[in-house]
Design a protein around this ligand. Structure first.
Ligand code: FAD
Ligand code: SIN
Length: 528
């Protein structure tokens, strides 16, 4: 690939693609993405995008719902800005060609946990696919945007690569692009950019059970952390309450919109147990629902609960949830007649690379948007369907600021080629696989829905050992995607565990038996 662009976009999900479309009028754009371009969390989103569109709904209500879910850590100014921008990004998606579900000529608005109104714009139960395909089609029509599939971002280029010493507290770090690994030709190139956007998504893969596709290895967060950017609130990993509990189904998501349509959570005796935990029942925010399921399973000794939709008209089910219905059927569950076996799984990272309200990170020339970013919108817990909204709003703001940023900038000179001297092809590649499995197990067992000081300390020790082994392997081995992803997963795990250890209270998604309850003095972001 050519080695100089005005804008380098790392990631081809909703955040990266929409950013590229917005900046393309102002300069050359490269989108690099590590697999096929559609492979992203965005592509699998089901429920939809939350926005105040119609009816009795008001901005104040969406703001309030978001702040309640965020358990005291949302930045109210950011919440207000994002919520008020919602209708304009929905209009923008429609203008790019998205076809959302309608009823009587108006957008059909769904309901999800924690929302006081129907406000979820959706495309049946495959909203993410509709958004991803719409954006990719718009990109394909654009002559000035170049998409490089199967290109993996290894490291951000900063002063460090020019031989200058930088520290985390030094405010003057600049990003000049990234080292990119072309996984088909097996070559690493330095790609220079005036502005770089991290849009690499979340890190669900760090847990044994996750709704995320395998691309979600936190690469952008790990790269930014190594480049000494500020990273925040990584202890707040959201577990989705309802994923299909059939081993071959790979934690397939059963959208919260199913509970929004009236789905009831039952134990194997048919008891609708959510009423025992929260007055809002099935539509309580998802940290509460996930923790309630976890608690109910521990108390009953069962290994699954069930989502019952058999009382809902089958026409409504097939119209609203065709994908969920077909997938369950392919695993032998007819949802019109049988309860769906469900358990929680890791789903969404509320923390990430810290940005300001314009998507700027603490490194000059480095922007971040989407799930990889921590913007202040979600606080300690994300409200359902607020992440597609956040990705669209912040990619817009980052686009505006990066266009202004590149005006008086030139490409840097003197960046060295990638140095892999003294490294060899991996003879024991299987070790990478084993270490990844071990990491996922440790995170699942000790850093999950319910935590404790003992569990976190244990996780820290195990992860440190994996870190040492993997670093040593990395120093003497030629780069491979599997090895780099493992290294990035370990970096994310380390930050998640350290952040969790430092929060001596229970708030939002971080629940620890040793420090139950919120503490006013702990009501602040965890910044690393
Ligand atoms: P992604 O869409 O994940 O894109 C990341 C991109 O970065 C990918 O193209 C990936 O290949 C690329 N990449 C990563 N690392 C590298 C690297 N090193 N080099 C090159 N490329 C790289 N949110 C909602 O608001 N509503 C929903 O209904 C909803 N449903 C969901 C359902 C599921 C099953 C899942 C998994 C998530 C859901 N979410 C939902 C969350 C939401 O989809 C994501 O938070 C959002 O799509 C993230 O967008 P993104 O652009 O930041 O990242
Ligand atoms: C879902 O459809 O339940 C996912 C919604 C979300 O993660 O916001």
């Amino acid at each position: 690939m050519p080695e100089k662009y005005d804008f380098l976009v790392i990631g081809s999900g909703g955040a990266g693609l929409s950013f590229a479309l917005r900046v393309a009028r102002f300069g050359s754009v490269a989108i690099i993405t590590k697999k096929d371009s559609a492979e992203s969390n965005t592509n699998y989103a089901q429920g939809g995008l939350a926005s105040v569109i119609a009816g009795q709904d008001r901005f104040e209500d969406h703001i309030n719902d978001t702040i309640i879910a965020g358990a005291g850590l949302c930045d109210p100014a950011i919440v207000e800005m994002v919520v008020r921008d919602g209708p304009s990004v929905v209009r923008e998606l429609l203008a790019w060609g998205a076809r959302f579900s309608t009823k009587n000529g108006q957008l059909d608005l769904g309901r999800e946990g924690g929302h006081s109104h129907n406000r979820i714009v959706h495309a049946a139960d495959r909203t993410g696919k509709e958004i991803e395909q719409t954006l990719l089609a718009a990109i394909a029509r654009h002559p000035d945007i170049h998409v490089f599939e199967h290109h993996f971002a290894l490291e951000l280029i900063t002063e460090h690569h020019l031989g200058r010493k930088i520290t985390r507290s030094n405010g003057d770090i600049y990003c000049y692009g990234a080292y990119i690994f072309d996984t088909r030709s097996d070559k690493v190139e330095a790609v220079l950019a005036k502005a770089t956007l991290i849009a690499t998504g979340g890190v669900g893969e760090v847990y044994l059970h996750s709704t995320n596709p395998s691309i979600a290895t936190g690469d952008g967060i790990a790269m930014a952390y190594r480049a000494k950017a500020r990273v925040a609130n990584m202890e707040f990993m959201q577990f989705h309450p309802t994923t299909l509990n059939i081993p071959e189904a790979n934690s397939f998501l059963i959208s919260e919109a199913v509970r929004g349509k009236g789905g009831i959570l039952r134990d194997r005796n048919g008891h609708a147990f959510m009423a025992d935990y929260d007055d809002r029942g099935e539509l309580a925010p998802r940290d509460i629902v996930a923790r309630s399921i976890d608690d109910h399973l521990k108390k009953s000794g069962d290994d699954t609960v069930y989502l019952d939709v058999t009382h809902i008209d089958s026409n409504v089910l097939s119209e609203s949830f065709p994908h969920i219905m077909a997938t369950c059927r392919s695993y032998g569950v007819d949802i019109t007649k049988e309860w769906i076996p469900v358990v929680p799984a890791a789903h969404y990272l509320c923390g990430g690379v810290l940005t300001d309200r314009e998507g700027r990170t603490s490194i000059h020339g480095l922007f971040c948007a989407g799930e990889a970013a921590c913007t202040g919108l979600h606080g300690a817990n994300r409200l359902a369907s607020n992440s597609l909204l956040e990705a669209m709003v912040f990619s817009k703001r980052a686009a505006e600021k990066s266009v202004a940023y590149i005006r008086d900038r030139d490409w840097v000179t003197g960046v060295p080629e990638w140095d892999d001297s003294g490294t060899f092809n991996a003879e024991e590649a299987i070790l990478i696989h084993h270490n990844k499995q071990e990491l996922q197990q440790v995170m699942w067992n000790y850093v999950g829905i319910v935590r404790s000081d003992l569990r976190l300390a244990r996780a820290f020790r195990r992860t440190h050992l994996l870190f040492e082994e993997t670093e040593e392997f990395y120093q003497r081995t030629r780069v491979s995607v599997a090895l780099c992803e493992l290294r990035n997963l370990i970096a994310n795990a380390y930050i998640i565990i350290r952040s969790a250890m430092s929060r001596k209270e229970s708030r939002g998604l971080h629940y620890t038996t040793d420090h139950p309850g919120q503490k006013e003095e702990a009501r602040r972001d965890t910044i690393i």
